[in-house]
Design a protein around this ligand. Sequence first.
Ligand SMILES: NC(=O)NCCC[C@H](N)C(=O)O
Length: 320
Amino acid sequence: MNDLYGRPGPAHERGLFSLMDLEPAALRKLVARSVELFHNRQAHDRPLRERVVGLLFSCTSTRTRTAFQVGAARLGGVPIAYGPHDLQLNTGESVGDTGRVFGAMLDLLVVRTASPVAELRELSRAGGLPVINAMAAEEHPTQGVCDLATLTLAHGDLGGIRVLYIGEGNNTATALAYGIATVPGAHATFVTPPGYGLPADTLTHARRLADSTGASLAESHDLADLPDQVDVVYTTRWQTTGTSKADPAWREVFRPFHVDPALMRRWPGASFLHDLPAHRGDEVAGEVLDGPRSLAWTQAAMKLSSAMAVLESTAGLLPD
Ligand SMILES: NC(=O)NCCC[C@H](N)C(=O)O
């Protein structure tokens, strides 16, 4: 928090920037708390009372923004939301100056941006306030918390779970890789279109973490070589926020990476996840998204309780 004369507070970052910043036990706690709050949204003591939570959404958002805004209000806080065109950031004010002003007035900040996570870290340092990454270029960590919570709700203990992700190696996939890497004995296969895979450093970091928990991760671009055993199939839309594809024929590259009933029949016991928004007929067939094995709508509802769990734990970083 800035002091009375606007001097910046202690120059260190606080908040949730990446799942890689959390100890596996801390992530497990967030996931368990998300499930608990899913069952009972009143099961808290309003930890954000008398706190003001800024929500800076520089990119479109339906679930995440609603979840954090409603979640902050349910936890007793006062949410203030900024859309993509609201702030002087649009007229050239620097990230550092913006953070410094936020720090003088807000208690906590939730940010969605197409910029790198480094921008969120700068906002936190400049303002001396905790920042939650509600999606940035490299990673969507609160989606990862939500996804593990949804799987826990549906499958119970996640030890040994086998996940098949089909689609672009984007921010959602990165958070999933980091999340699954913390689960003992879990395995995730990422089948990504050639040229649209996970960033190399995502796999390196996730595998290093997986080595310490007994999890494992694989990536391929080969739809003819899918795993025999799969407990959950996950996909995401083809147009990742804040990115564009240089190849005008990219749709032809993506088209085979489509989750349809024939694919789902290969694993009769598998559930289906999608972080939404969905484009029926592109990455997923309507029969799968709206079918009996789809957890996508539970996953969407879990966004609220997982946002509440993240806000509640971040409230623990605030001074009394
Ligand atoms: N559940 C969400 O937060 N959905 C927003 C879009 C996520 C997707 N990975 C994207 O970047 O477009």
